[in-house]
Design a protein around this ligand. Sequence first.
Ligand code: GAR
Length: 194
Amino acid sequence: MKNIVILISGGGSNMAAIVRAAQQGDWAQQYGARVAAVISNKADAKGLQFAQEHGIATAVLDHKAFASREDFDAALAQQIDTHQPHLVVLAGFMRILTPGFVAHYAGRLLNIHPSLLPAFPGLHTHQRALDAGCKFAGCTVHQVTQELDVGPILEQAVVPVLPGDTADTLAARVLTQEHIIYPRAVLGFIKNKS
Ligand code: GAR
């Protein structure tokens, strides 16, 4: 079985979209793949409940309990590896990862970012797109490499910026597209790699 481990920090709507796609598309039967676990660095992440309700193992690893970023990432990798992951999916996981962690999962670590990369890496992407006067915005699924929000692009989706948009209205429009392209990218990865 190709195990997928998803990391979240909050709402987990992208994680939920992937779980729904996997269950509705019967990825287990069709492709021998399943979401094996959802891990959060925050105990109050809303997505944890959704995962539990869908029969998925969950775990919480509070980064504040660790002395250093390296210690946290080492413990996180240990937790992830108990599920023997084929793929690790960052879905609103709001942590900067150490080089060692990224190297450990090289070629099997995906992220979704709420901008049309390479535009607007980092935080506050929607406000920055508005401030720049962009007519279009969007989201990107990419392979994670050592540099933040840089790495081979797997999927992108574009939305218009509309008159009167705020960062929140634009974020909501982009998020609906994230829920389409992230499950598609994960399935593409599962299909292409044996
Ligand atoms: C999503 O918009 C995702 O693209 C973004 O956080 C949100 C998480 O929502 N990720 C980043 O900004 C990563 N730098 P979700 O928890 O509902 O999936």
